[in-house]
Design a protein around this ligand. Structure first.
Ligand SMILES: [Zn+2]
Length: 293
C-alpha cells in the first residue's frame, strides 16, 4: 500500500546528508515523498567568491530542487525562515528559524501534513543531532505539527553514534581529509545504538544520495575550513557505500527491538487502522516538555 512520507529539514542539504537514501528508496518503492525545509539557506555559510553577484537563496533553492528531483520527491516546500547560525555565531537574521514561535511555525507545517494526508513525518532528535539551533527547532516544530495534523508516525532522523565514530576513524586517514575532522569532535552527537528503532538499508540508493549531496554545490564552499559535504564527497565510492549506505531513525513512542526495523512504514503495516489512537497526547506532552526545558 502506498503511503505519504513528509521529510522536514532545517536547511537545503540536510535532506541529502541524513535522509536521502530513505527518500529515494520510498519513492522507488511507490510512495509519495514530500520534502519541506524551514529555511532557504540564504544566510548560511558560503565563501565570499560564492556570494559575489548571486542571490544565495535562489541558488540554494535551485540546488534543493535538483537534489529533490534526483531523489524522486513529488513536492518541495520551503517555510521561508532564515538560517539562525550556530549558537556561538548567530546569524542575527530577523526571521531566524530558531527564534520563531513554535506553534506558528508548526501550524504552517501542519497545513502541509493535512493537505498531503501524511502517514509518516521525519524530523530530528531533541538535540538536533549535534546541536544546531535550527535542527533543535525542527524537532519542536515537527512534534507540534504532528500533533496538530494527527500524523501517525514520527521518525527522528539521526546517526548511529558508534558507527559514526568508526566511520570517522576511517575517513580521518583518507587523503584530502582535514586533520580537524577527528572522531572526538562528534563523540557525544546523534544517538546511542540501543536507542535506535530503525536502521534503513539504502545501499542500493547511494548513487542518488551522492548525486543529491553533489547538487548542493554552494554548500561545499566556505571561507573557514571544509564543510561536511565536501569531506563526504571526497570519500572514495566503495567507502562511501559503507559509510552512507544506512540511515537511522528513532520512531517516537516505539520501543527499540532487535533486529532494528528496516522499513519506515512498519508501524502502519503492523496496525493498518491505528490512525491517531492516543499517540496525539503523547506527542503533545513530549513536545511541551521539550519546549519548556
Ligand atoms: Zn542544517
Amino acid at each position: 500500500m502506498p503511503y505519504t512520507l513528509v521529510s522536514f529539514h532545517a536547511h537545503p542539504d540536510d535532506e541529502a546528508l541524513l535522509t536521502a537514501g530513505t527518500l529515494a528508496r520510498a519513492a522507488a518503492e511507490g510512495h509519495r515523498v514530500v520534502l519541506v525545509v524551514a529555511t532557504a539557506g540564504g544566510s548560511g555559510l558560503a565563501s565570499a567568491a560564492m556570494l559575489a553577484g548571486c542571490d544565495l537563496t535562489e541558488r540554494r533553492w535551485a540546488e534543493l530542487l535538483r537534489s529533490a528531483a534526483v531523489l524522486g520527491c513529488a513536492r518541495v516546500e520551503c517555510l521561508g525562515y532564515d538560517d539562525s547560525g550556530m549558537t556561538e555565531a548567530p546569524s542575527g537574521a530577523e526571521r531566524a528559524f530558531a527564534r520563531q514561535d513554535v506553534d506558528e511555525a508548526a501550524a504552517r507545517l501542519a497545513d502541509i501534513l493535512r493537505e498531503e494526508r501524511a502517514d509518516v513525518l521525519t524530523i530530528y532528535d531533541p538535540v538536533g543531532g549535534y546541536g544546531h539551533p535550527d535542527h533543535v527547532q525542527v524537532h519542536h516544530v515537527g512534534m507540534r505539527a504532528a500533533t496538530m495534523a494527527g500524523t501517525a508516525v514520527v521518525l527522528e532522523a539521526t546517526v548511529d553514534r558508534s558507527r559514526l565514530q568508526r566511520a570517522l576513524r576511517i575517513i580521518h586517514y583518507l587523503p584530502g581529509i582535514p586533520a580537524d575532522f577527528a572522531p572526538a569532535r562528534l563523540a557525544g552527537a546523534y544517538t546511542a545504538p540501543d536507542a535506535l528503532t530503525h536502521r534503513v538499508d539504502v545501499r542500493r540508493y547511494v548513487r542518488q544520495k551522492r548525486a543529491a549531496m553533489a547538487a548542493h554545490v554552494s554548500q561545499t564552499s566556505a571561507d573557514s575550513g571544509l564543510r561536511t559535504l565536501t569531506v563526504l564527497l571526497r570519500i572514495p565510492r566503495p567507502v562511501f557505500r559503507w559509510v552512507l549506505g544506512r540511515e537511522w531513525y528513532v520512531e517516537y513512542g516505539r520501543t527499540p527491538t532487535e533486529p532494528l526495523l528496516d522499513n519506515i512504514f512498519a508501524s502502519l503495516a503492523d496496525t493498518p487502522d491505528h490512525t491517531i489512537i492516543d499517540m496525539t497526547n503523547n506527542y503533545a506532552h513530549q513536545s511541551e516538555d521539550a519546549v519548556g526545558t
